[in-house]
Design a protein around this ligand. Structure first.
Ligand SMILES: O=C(O)c1cc(=O)[nH]c(=O)n1[C@@H]1O[C@H](COP(=O)(O)O)[C@@H](O)[C@H]1O
Length: 275
């Protein structure tokens, strides 16, 4: 998907919500376990109920890999369903891949061609030759981990290397990669106060921002420091939407939660963007 299509969808829906499909058989309503493919049945119900409030879905690949071949089949069915019925929705493979060049090329093929995702999350640790194979794909986007939402982010990402924090090095160095116009970055909502400095390095790039809801990050702070003239934000919530109810009304309650976030986003858009 082209960025301008994503921006148009954000304007139309007045939302930059990404719903994370972290589908866990131990958390989904019990009655779905009788279905032939419980993971897909859950995802389909969530997508049908929430699509009008969000612009992206992010299946976290670990939740599918954990179930082996049936898990991959559920992921494949979810992607086929999204691409056929909701082609305007941006899809993110939260796979956190990255390896030597020829291996990265196979990962890119797996997620961009075989599974037809619009984007993938990538760890930058192995550097240029591990990232550039993903950037060769037209209209596909590579989302580099910059400053993550978890506590462990302080182990390496904020440590100084040659006088500069490692996450800033990641941002600056990645801008020199071939195809860097197709880069986006992960910045955790719990790290919103860093966004001002991040925006000095990457003023326009889209950010995937997880960590609101269950992890406690603030949407208002993220918008205050991170919003660009093209919005430039995709804010993810997974558990806060998916598991708001464990009863037969799970999809309906997920829609209520998604709409609540969309309304907050609309308010923020009016404040910074539409006014
Ligand atoms: O790349 C990610 O999506 C990601 C990066 C990060 O820094 N923190 C983070 O929580 N995530 C993912 O975002 C989702 C957050 O889920 P909730 O905390 O349930 O909303 C999970 O799928 C995480 O793997």
């Amino acid at each position: 998907m082209k960025i301008e299509h994503l921006v148009a969808e954000i304007r139309k829906k007045k939302s930059f919500l990404c719903v994370g499909l972290d589908t866990d058989l131990e958390k989904i309503p019990e009655h779905l376990l009788k279905e032939e493919d419980p993971i897909f049945a859950f995802n389909k119900a969530i997508i049908d109920a929430t699509h009008q409030y969000c612009v992206a879905y992010k299946p976290n690949i670990a939740f599918y890999e954990a179930y082996g071949l049936p898990g991959w089949k559920s992921l494949e069915r979810t992607m086929e369903y999204l691409n056929a019925d909701y082609p305007e929705i941006f899809t993110i493979a939260d796979a956190k891949r990255g390896d030597i060049g020829n291996t990265s090329t196979r990962y890119a093929k797996a997620f961009f061609e075989t599974m037809d995702f619009d984007s993938i999350t990538i760890t930058p640790y192995m550097g240029k030759d591990s990232v550039e194979p993903f950037l060769e794909f037209e209209d596909r986007h590579t989302i580099l981990l910059a400053l993550t939402s978890n506590e462990g982010a302080f182990d390496f990402q904020t440590k100084k290397l040659e006088g500069e924090e490692l996450y800033k090095k990641v941002l600056k160095t990645s801008k020199t990669y071939k195809g860097s116009e197709r880069l986006m970055y992960v910045v955790g909502a719990t790290k919103a106060t860093y966004l001002q400095e991040i925006r000095e390095i990457i003023p326009e790039s889209f950010l995937l921002v997880p960590g609101v809801g269950a992890q406690g990050g603030s949407l208002q702070d993220v918008c205050k420091y991170g919003m660009t003239k093209n919005v430039g934000l995709l804010v993810n919530s997974s558990r806060g939407i998916l598991y708001a109810s464990a009863g037969s009304d799970f999809a309906q309650i997920a829609a209520v939660k998604a709409e609540e976030i969309q309304k907050e986003m609309e308010h923020e858009l009016e404040r910074y963007f539409l006014s």
